[in-house]
Design a protein around this ligand. Structure first.
Ligand code: MGD
Ligand code: MGD
Ligand code: SF4
Ligand code: MO
Length: 751
């Protein structure tokens, strides 16, 4: 199906957000002529958003790095001076820096920050583990603790694994309740459903209802049956009151999963203080409305309650995520069609031997704040302290891989100072941005169109089971993430800057296959590693790992056991993807908790409910404005503002204020306001809109591109301000270490 004017057509999944849309690239004279939605994609069926179509501009962006940069000093205005170098020299710098820091301060002085695109990149998916392993005890931070970590922790305690996250069965549900998420703009999160807006419309077309709980009137609200405006940060109280009402009115129906659940008795007592009347006083939603919402969820033929950023980046994020699942459990909606279900990804590994382990956090703690480790990481908001505070274990070197913590993590100004103070910083990134400008060396992987793709993370969070591999659109003219991470690993293992990455790729494969042939329940248990190695397909290092994962996964060909099963070769033959069917019930098979059961109180949720009551009652007396965030369809966190089509038009980095608040504070539309929090202040133009709830103001994140040395010519012209100058690094959800990015107390005045 080559377009009439194209030399060739390539089908490739979009890697920019979680929706995994299939794109069709028409290429002529080795240039992308046209990008459109792939109508034959088994999952997205032609859906595409403006960002997907901008992949051409991203690819051609002159500011995107094609060669490594080495830092040669600092200009008088504070801007770094970079020089383009060949890869050989870049690897030499990595070796020298790493060796110097390690010999002076040891492995524990090295930190790693992994940003969001890592979960969208096949090479990171397959090679991050060996990279971290080779760095030895490197301290790990990721964007998860400014995002979804509460969801992992709630799942860890409930199901035994942080990876077992139920998703709303959007395509079959009769009642969709969306809390703190705006899929008309974000295209969905922890719920991979390309064309999410259409899927929401279809809920209503088949006679179902859609309810949105959000302080703001959003594009998703516009398409819903009911909008409940909630005071930011109070969702846990609303959800606890729903459980309270279900219990008080005898509406608990646990359904089939009930037999697997412990702790139901304890639940009644734990939510006892959260009456609908109390919840009204905290959330601003009328008690009668809360009761009717609870009854509607209980009575619906099926109901799926789904929470995202507005429910996780708050002080009670883990409790909120837990309560969402508790509601699914007590209304019989967990693990049933139309409710909240567990996907079965093609590369998933569920092993009987894993069952029976207690979920644990806090196996170590951060040096300065004492925060517990969660899922092997420390809170991203601890980075500045860990770098700046002297003492044993102080971080002296950082690797950043596809991350921009200066704009995305709390107290951006201190983060910025901290990174500049390091003895060594190595960044794997495609731009010189607010973060990477501090690096000694920037290692740029090839662009998205020059590498293959498979959504290792998102097919595990998907409303249908799907597998789709994409070839690169253009031949690579440099290394991908797999090569870069492998090379750093080899250098860290002492192999020197001239080592051959193929050694690392080979090692990764042998280890993976070695583990497979030894694993109880593996389809290749007992087979010979060398025999399997000879059968592995794929050009890139990451493709070969993927082939092994696919073939030993739940739908795999088992290296010849099931000739119809999945393999990389089979995916190559199906460029529009393979639909593996609707989600199926997976309990109890999926549970890896002790006894293979769901203990509602395996985590400290009783204590957390007590703390919730105390904190909420106290906060209700605080009359300050609450700051929340927002996204825009043409944005992607901090890094897509350098594409003209995505930033042109009205200024987007505005402080949205409700008309009542604006007149009380004497703010005038279009003029500047100063926003102050405990840690910082910014000046932003006011946008008066009744989309915002009274008492709430909103500022998007990811802006503030005017720092010295940032090489983003277009973004700089639309710089905006960094909203994370206002976020407080000490404010976290204590169970997950996740930053409080919503419901921040602020003062606003005319500038
Ligand atoms: N106040 C506030 N703060 C927030 C949020 C919020 O809602 N409010 N949201 C949070 C969330 S959900 C997230 S996920 C984080 C994101 O936080 P980060 O991951 O730290 O930030 P991003 O803006 O996603 O930065 C992505 C980086 O990857 C680089 N990059 C892009 N493509 C590639 C590639 O192919 N390879 C490599 N190696 N690099 C690439 C970009 O140049 C950029 O430097 O921000 C969080 N911060
Ligand atoms: N266009 C675009 N798409 C994206 C991204 C992007 O930057 N731009 N980022 C991607 C990433 S990394 C992620 S994690 C996802 C996030 O996906 P979503 O969670 O859907 O993202 P948001 O649009 O930030 O929606 C959060 C909503 O929560 C509301 N909210 C804020 N505070 C509260 C609260 O206390 N309670 C309640 N109930 N609601 C609250 C906000 O008003 C907002 O409407 O989006 C992804 N997709
Ligand atoms: S919705 Fe997401 S995956 Fe689909 S085209 Fe847009 S950015 Fe790409
Ligand atoms: Mo995110």
């Amino acid at each position: 199906m080559t377009g009439a004017t194209a030399d060739r057509t390539v089908f490739r999944t979009c890697p920019l957000c979680e929706a995994t849309c299939g794109l069709q690239f028409d290429v002529r004279d080795e240039t992308v002529k046209r990008i459109r939605g792939d109508r034959d994609d088994v999952f997205s069926k032609g859906f595409v958003c403006v960002k997907g179509s901008a992949m051409k501009q991203l690819h051609e962006d002159p500011d995107r790095l094609r060669k490594p940069l080495a830092r040669r000093g600092t200009a008088p205005d504070g801007a770094p001076i970079f020089e383009e170098v060949e890869w050989d020299e870049a690897w030499q710098i990595v070796d020298e820096k790493l060796t110097a820091v390690r010999s002076a301060h040891g492995n524990e002085s090295i930190g790693v920050y992994l940003g969001n695109p890592n979960v969208h990149l096949l090479g990171s998916g397959t090679h991050t583990r060996p990279f971290l392993h080779a760095l030895g005890g490197a301290v790990r931070f990721t964007a998860s603790t400014v995002d979804q970590m509460p969801r992992h922790v709630a799942s860890g305690y409930l199901y035994g694994s942080g990876a077992a996250m139920p998703v709303p069965d959007v395509d079959r549900t009769k009642l969709l309740v969306l809390i703190g998420t705006n899929p008309f703009v974000s295209n969905g999160s922890i719920c991979t459903a390309p064309g999410f807006p259409n899927r929401i419309k279809r809920v209503r077309e088949r006679g179902g209802r859609v309810i949105v709980i959000d302080p703001a009137y959003t594009r998703t609200v516009k398409a819903a049956d009911l909008h409940l405006r909630i005071r930011p940060g109070t969702d846990a109280v609303l959800l606890a009151a729903i459980v309270h009402h279900l219990i008080a009115t005898d509406r608990v129906t646990v359904g089939l999963t009930g037999a697997l659940v412990d702790g139901l008795d304890q639940l009644a007592e734990a939510v006892e203080p959260f009456s609908p009347e109390y919840a009204e006083s905290i959330t601003g939603i009328a008690a009668a409305q809360i009761m009717s919402l609870a009854e509607e969820i209980a009575d619906a033929e099926s109901a799926a309650v789904h929470g995202r950023i507005g429910t996780t980046t708050v002080e009670f994020g883990t409790l909120t995520s837990w309560l969402i699942d508790v509601i699914a459990i007590v209304t019989g909606n967990l693990d049933r069609p139309g409710g909240s279900m567990f996907p079965k990804a093609a590369i998933e590994r569920v092993r009987p031997e894993r069952q029976g382990r207690e979920y644990r956090v806090g196996r170590w703690t951060s040096r300065v704040s004492g925060h517990p480790e969660v899922q092997g990481e420390l809170p991203a908001s601890d980075m500045p302290d860990e770098i700046l505070e002297p003492g044993d274990g102080q971080l002296k070197a950082m690797f950043t891989v596809a991350g921009n913590p200066v704009l995305s993590c709390p107290d951006g100004e201190r983060m910025d100072q901290a990174l500049e103070s390091l003895e060594a910083m190595i960044s794997v990134d495609i731009y010189v941005n607010e973060t990477t400008r501090h690096a000694d060396v920037i290692l740029p992987p090839v662009g998205a169109l020059e590498k293959s793709h498979y959504d290792v993370a998102f097919y595990g969070l998907s409303v249908r089971n799907v597998a789709n591999w994409s070839p690169p659109v253009f031949e690579a003219e440099g290394p991908g993430e797999d090569d870069i991470l492998a090379k750093i690993a080899l250098i860290a293992l002492g192999m020197g800057p001239e080592c051959d990455v193929e050694i690392a790729h080979g090692q990764v494969l042998s280890e993976l296959l070695g583990a497979e042939v030894a694993a109880v329940g593996s389809v290749v248990k007992g087979r010979d590693v060398d025999e399997l190695l000879a059968m592995v397909d794929g050009d890139a290092g990451c493709d070969r790992v993927l082939d092994v994962l696919l073939r030993t996964g739940p739908y795999g060909d088992g290296f010849g056991v099931d000739p119809d099963g999945l393999s990389l070769m089979k995916l190559k033959a199906n460029p529009h993807g393979i639909d593996l069917g609707a989600l199926m019930p997976r309990l109890p098979e999926l549970l890896s908790s002790p006894n293979g059961r769901i203990d509602l109180f395996a985590g400290p949720f009783e204590e957390e409910l007590e703390r919730l009551g105390a904190v909420m009652t106290e906060q209700a007396a605080d009359g300050r404005l609450r700051l929340i965030g927002r996204r825009h369809l043409r944005s992607n966190n901090s890094w897509m503002h350098n594409v003209e089509v995505l930033v042109k038009g009205k200024t987007r980095c505005t402080l949205q204020v409700n008309p009542d608040d604006a007149s009380r504070l004497q703010l005038i539309d279009g003029t500047d306001a100063v926003v102050r929090s405990r840690v910082g202040e910014v000046i932003a133009p006011v946008e008066i809109t009744d989309a915002m709830m009274t008492g709430v103001v909103s500022l998007p994140h990811g802006w503030g591109h005017d720092l010295p040395g940032v090489r983003l010519e277009i973004a700089r012209k639309h710089s905006g301000v960094n909203s994370n100058v206002l976020t407080d690094p000490t404010a976290i959800d204590p169970l997950s270490g996740t930053s409080v990015l919503n419901a921040i107390a602020v003062e606003v005045a005319p500038a």
